[in-house]
Design a protein around this ligand. Structure first.
Ligand code: SF4
Length: 163
């Protein structure tokens, strides 16, 4: 897997102060996507041990609430395995930190993915330019939902994360 950026002290892509990983590659190509430069799976640089160390170092800081995986698209088949391994490692090393993932897929399509065992919040759905709303927190268009993954799994229905 390749990635484009690791953002430190990010306050825009989830609750609290976070470290955010922008992975490379997205096949969904939403109209007017804000990050088309991340669509190429071969773009950016290799997600190597140095990148993982950088993330773990950020997560070891008390004031960092957790990590957000975005992109690009973390749940594309080409990225899924590496992202799942990363989430699993983080939950083991930093059980008190939360994990958010942005996906262009709807929750109903991916609710049985094993990566969700490690995910606290999923922002789901493609960006739909016609439904763009700049007043929304953490998402760009009205069709997207901020989902509490573990509560949704327990209740077998979508439970939204409190804003
Ligand atoms: S899923 Fe996300 S990264 Fe992919 S095209 Fe849509 S908005 Fe852009």
């Amino acid at each position: 897997m390749n990635y484009h950026n690791i953002l430190h002290d990010d306050m825009l892509n989830g609750d609290g102060m976070r470290v955010t990983l922008f992975v490379s590659g997205c096949s969904l190509h939403c109209k007017n996507c804000q990050n088309p430069c991340t669509w190429n799976f071969d773009g950016g640089i290799s997600f190597d041990d140095d990148a993982k160390c950088e993330i773990f170092n950020e997560l070891s800081k008390d004031y960092i609430s957790g990590i957000t995986l975005t992109g690009g698209h973390p749940l594309e088949p080409q990225n899924l395995g590496e992202c799942e391994q990363l989430c699993k490692t983080i939950k083991n090393k930093f059980p008190q930190k939360n994990i958010w993932i942005y996906t262009g897929y709807k929750y109903e399509k991916i609710k049985d993915y094993s990566i969700l065992d490690y995910v606290d919040v999923l922002v789901d759905g493609s960006y739909v330019d016609e439904l763009r709303d700049i007043s929304l927190k953490w998402r760009g268009s009205k069709n997207q939902r901020v989902i509490d993954v573990q509560k949704s799994r327990q209740n077998n229905q979508v439970i939204l994360h409190c804003e």
